[in-house]
Design a protein around this ligand. Structure first.
Ligand code: FAD
Length: 378
């Protein structure tokens, strides 16, 4: 079996960022994505200013793709609401468009992209991948970018976690004029719903809910009816009807970070660190880790993986910890109420919290893009 220099599993933001970075440095990576065609993902589609800057540096302009500018955050909990300015301009864009643009960019730069094939398992010692038909491929380095999905042989270890992973749900509902320029977040017991207008004028509705709450309701439709009672303004957004179709993802281990590296294996995106989605920073972290890991490989080869993963573990710590505190606070009635009162009284705290959850991508010129609060190198 011949060995390719770099094999990337997954064509989401993390895998594509790694592919672009490697390809434009002259190392043609091989990226494998299981979807043959453009697809949506269970994701809110919120791009923070750090994600926008990282995308620009990779050669992708979210606004040119139709991304809708977002300048304000509207938080709603029961009858209470508060509107806060964001520290910088953000955007709303569907993952269908974003992921296609990134993969297209990687191909244009010289990456070899195989679509419509699923990697079934990895062998970390041999740094090889196995496909359905038994074919194997080996690389000097493996970049694991399967995001919300586990890959046999390299699955995230969730042993010892006190909390069951969350459930993610996504539906498309009609947009509305008063969502222009806003990301709206509806907080309720055990989770939240994010709402923003995407490029075609429809609204992307994305929810993250504790698994126990879904279990207690007995199904998605019953859960939604339950949430709509607790969040009447969200129910209003849906015209009082549960959307007919939801995409779902089970098992989102918020707060998880890869603690130790393995020789030749770069764990990037959600396979390296999972920030609570209400921080709206998962895509930025995916881009930053994909870019950073590829740069580490270019500088030090496959051996650089263990050291890089350790650095990424340290660097992602504070944003993940702050986002976890916000997630737990927002999901509990007493703390949520306190949080809303505090923000009504001191709206500037919202911007501070948004800055504390940011990780910026290492740029081609070695400086950081987009953020102000990330110690250490990436
Ligand atoms: C409910 C919810 C809402 C969110 N909202 C936001 C938001 O608004 N803004 C934000 O910044 N972040 C948000 N996030 C987080 C964000 O979606 C992730 O952090 C981000 O998508 C991670 O990127 P990734 O490239 O690591 O993985 P993914 O985006 O999950 O991409 C992984 C890719 O790998 C492919 N793949 C998986 N397994 C295989 C395999 N075996 N073989 C081949 N291909 C494979 C998949 O098809 C996919 O294309 C949200 C998350 C959730 C759960």
């Amino acid at each position: 079996m011949s060995r390719l220099p770099a094999l990337i599993v997954g064509g989401g933001p993390a895998g594509a960022a790694a592919a672009i970075t490697l390809a434009r440095a002259g190392v043609a990576p091989h990226l494998v994505e299981r979807h043959a065609l453009p697809h949506d993902s269970v994701c809110g589609g919120f791009l923070g200013w750090d994600a926008l800057a990282a995308l620009r540096d990779l050669g992708v302009d979210a606004f040119a793709l139709g991304g809708r500018p977002i300048e304000r955050l509207r938080l709603l909990a029961g009858e209470r609401s508060v509107e806060l300015p964001l520290p910088q301009r953000a955007a709303g864009l569907s993952r269908r468009l974003l992921d296609e643009a990134l993969i297209g960019r990687a191909q244009m730069m010289g990456a070899i992209v195989t679509r419509g094939r699923t990697v079934r398992a990895a062998d970390p010692l041999r740094r090889s991948l196995r496909f359905d038909d038994g074919e194997e491929m080996a690389g000097e380095a493996l970049f694991l970018a399967t995001g919300k999905h586990e890959l046999r042989g390299l699955a995230r270890s969730l042993k010892g976690r006190g909390e069951a992973p969350a459930v993610g749900l996504r539906a498309v509902i009609p947009g509305s004029d008063d969502l222009d320029g806003v990301i709206e977040m509806h907080l309720f017991d055990g989770g939240y719903a994010g709402l923003l207008v995407q490029e075609d004028g429809t609204a992307n509705l994305c929810l993250s809910v504790a698994r126990e709450r879904l279990g207690a309701a007995g199904g998605v439709a019953a859960l939604m009816r339950d949430i709509m009672k607790q969040a009447p303004r969200l129910a209003g957004r849906m015209g009082g009807e549960v959307p007919a179709h939801f995409d779902a993802i089970a098992g989102v281990p918020y707060g998880w970070r890869a603690a130790a590296g393995q020789p030749g294996i770069f764990r990037i995106g959600d396979q390296g660190a999972v920030i609570a989605s209400l921080a709206g920073d998962g895509i930025a972290i995916a881009l930053a880790s994909g870019t950073g890991a590829a740069q580490a490989f270019l500088a030090g080869g496959a051996q650089a993986a263990v050291e890089w993963q350790g650095r990424w573990h340290r660097r992602s710590r504070w944003p993940v910890v702050v986002a976890e505190a916000l997630r737990h606070g927002a999901a509990r009635p007493g703390m949520r109420d306190g949080l809303m009162r505090l923000l009504q009284w001191m709206p500037g705290l919202g911007a501070q919290a948004a800055l504390l959850t940011r990780i910026s991508a290492p740029r081609r010129d070695g400086r950081r893009s987009g953020a102000r609060s990330s110690p250490g190198r990436g």
